[in-house]
Design a protein around this ligand. Sequence first.
Ligand code: 13P
Length: 249
Amino acid sequence: MRKNIVAGNWKMNTTVNEGVKLVSEIIEKSKDLSNVKLIVAPPFTHIFSVGEKLKGTDIGLSSQNCASEAKGAYTGEVSAEMLANIGVEYAIIGHSERREYYKECSETLLKKVKLALANGIAPIFCVGENLTEREENRHFDVVKQQIEEVVFNIDENDFEKIIIAYEPVWAIGTGKTATSEQAQEIHAHIRKVLSNKFAEKAENTSILYGGSCKPSNAKEIFAQPDVDGGLIGGAALNADDFIAIAKSF
Ligand code: 13P
């Protein structure tokens, strides 16, 4: 059985104090939630403090990235081992903002995914097309290639730990959301692509939707059979909205 997951990607927002306050509110307001796994992904500077708050709760701790090398002379990078060592359980890898602004390609992302897995961290691997690709009707091919170039290169046991996030770039931070039909159609396609390599194991993969997901649209999107939750940006910075989204299951 695949898990329902709602993950909050805080991106480059909040100070440490604000992040600790936000997670405290999330803990408080999520007490009666049972059918969904919550995950928060604060900036690197707050991971330790947020992790301390999360001790004894079921809320998962994620980073938003990790280095593509294991250790050494890579100024400014944070390794998967360092993250695992402070209790990080998940890492968002391949977010479209990383692909676009920091030119992360599949080769780099595969290294990150492998290092995360080697350190016991579950990757939340992001895929998604941009507006031109959608308009040219290439979105199915784009996500297929993104998955084949990375996920197809990990072994079957590791595959069980992977979470996929489908985030159409044109819906991120724009207020535009994929319709629930568009989300279902491409999530089903992603599961089909995964099953080409991993057969029935793809049935157990949680595939999250991301892109202007909010309390007002989450219910309809999460009701789709191949949508197993959301990767939330802006709305994850408000505890009430984040919990309202999680209660949409
Ligand atoms: P928004 O929810 O702000 O559109 O961001 C989505 C996202 O990129 C989550 O990773």
